[in-house]
Ligand binder design. Structure first.
Ligand SMILES: [Ca+2]
Ligand SMILES: [Ca+2]
Length: 173
């Protein structure tokens, strides 16, 4: 219960002078930007890096819980899911985060039968699904709301960057 209360007490920053503040949320020492631009996974990543961040890497159950809850509030329909910084495009079935670290087996939140590396209804995507997106508008069972998808498809995305430690609290520049 304490964990839940902490997650619910995040700060909403309303400084409109920089781009991370418009749609950003602060959790722990990280800042998040929920981009409403729809683009491929690679383009989404470029967009995050242009903001001096990267696609989000999920390091804890608390972080997954925070993001899952936040997405419920911003998703406009069931398929309105968001790219995260996880891909198996280099080696099929080997999922790695954007910082190069492997997916921790005890910290994965795939939905149902995902990842299924679907190749399309008529096999029109022989490369399969190699990028991860997340979100369940109605809430996810046990936080499990990751789905692999075609990297070239346009979706919204979650960028993350480190907060700036200062007094009295961490801010998102
Ligand atoms: Ca795959
Ligand atoms: Ca899939």
């Amino acid at each position: 219960m304490n964990v839940f209360l902490k997650i619910l007490s995040f700060t909403f920053l309303t400084d409109v002078k920089n781009v991370f503040s418009v749609n950003k949320k602060q959790h722990g020492e990280k800042c998040y930007y929920f981009s409403v631009n729809k683009s491929s996974w690679n383009e989404s990543r470029d967009e995050c890096r242009a903001k001096e961040g990267d696609l989000v890497k999920i390091d804890s159950r608390g972080e997954q819980s925070f993001l899952e809850r936040r997405l419920r509030a911003v998703m406009t329909k069931p398929e309105d899911k968001f790219w995260i910084g996880l891909t198996d495009s280099a080696v099929e079935k080997t999922w790695v985060w954007v910082d190069g670290s492997p997916l921790n087996e005890s910290l994965k939140f795939w939905s149902g039968n995902e990842p299924d590396n679907w190749k399309g209804r008529n096999g029109e995507h022989p490369e399969g699904e190699d990028c991860a997106r997340m979100g369940e508008q109605g809430g996810a069972d046990d936080l499990k709301c990751w789905f692999d998808a075609f990297c070239s498809d346009p979706y919204k995305s979650i960028c993350e960057k480190a907060g700036v430690t200062g007094k009295p609290k961490i801010t998102c520049d």
